[in-house]
Design a protein around this ligand. Sequence first.
Ligand code: ZN
Length: 367
Amino acid sequence: MKSMILAKQSQGHQQHRLLEYPLTPPKADGSVVQVAEGLLWLRMPMPMSLDHINLYLLEDHDGWYIVDTGLNNDITQQLWLTVIKQYCNNKAVKGVICTHFHYDHSSLASWLMATFNVPLYMTHGEFYTLKTLSNNAAALGGDNQLDFYHRAGLPREELEVIIKICRNDPFIKFSPPSFNRLREGDVLSIGKRRWQIIIGEGHSPEHACLYCAADKLLIAGDQVLPHISSNVLVSELEPQGQPLKNWLRSLEKLQTLDPDTLVLPAHGPVFRHLQLRTQQLLEHHCQQLDILRAFAQRGAEFNAYQAMKQLFKRSLSPIDSMMALGETLAHLNWLESNNELLCQRKTDSGVNCYSASRSPLTAENTL
Ligand SMILES: [Zn+2]
């Protein structure tokens, strides 16, 4: 396993600049770009550092399917109405497909369902995660969450700011009433295309990608992005989770798709060279693990918050720092499960402290 990954790494370095972007992206203003016949690409604005989300429209014989929704706000609602009126050839909307539960992808699902009287298509894991987290702002800051971040070494003042921001988040209020379940291997026949559902894990519990093998098209959601690495995080809901292991496995699954696949991601431009990009992402996580290994080898014990400062050197907003801490924990959990780190909860402080293991495994797990 180790040698295979290293071989792939050097290949990745050579090809680092060779991702291709064959299409000029649409502006986030209600315009569209035709990716292929019956397949439109549009963008919705987002008021954050990641300033847009890509959404797609798939044409069926008698209507259109929407893939991902954008944020639940007035601007996005108005843009949807404009796009559908202008570009959908007087055909109705037939359904909404959400790749995963994150609010830029699904928070407008209930509005779209009600406005067009259409069903939602989503995986079981994503639908129920959305259900659980929607309308749940009051539960933020509960004992479980406080204890989780305390164990991770996050200063109380920072945590209080994060919880306040989360409670005021306008986008997590709406949960759709029902769904049609998508499963691994399901095929959606839409127009002339057959879209196979490929499930990914690690960024979210059961993320759906849509793959059309005949036309070599992958609607990738956040499962592979051209310019940024998707957040892979551990949260208080599953503190011993192994999202990084699942994420790496999911990337390897995408590497088996046709090398000529055109990738339609949720953020950034449409691109070619899926294998190169997945390899770059694998390398990125290898490097993050190496930074933590080197930190541990210096000998001092450290907590997750201190490890985060090693991985993320720039200054972080409160929400970014929550995601960075979760991502750090994903890497720490991986190293702990591989017996490279020991984790002990200190009785005096109640904080989890990590140290290098004296007998690391060198089995297949090793990256
Ligand atoms: Zn996401």
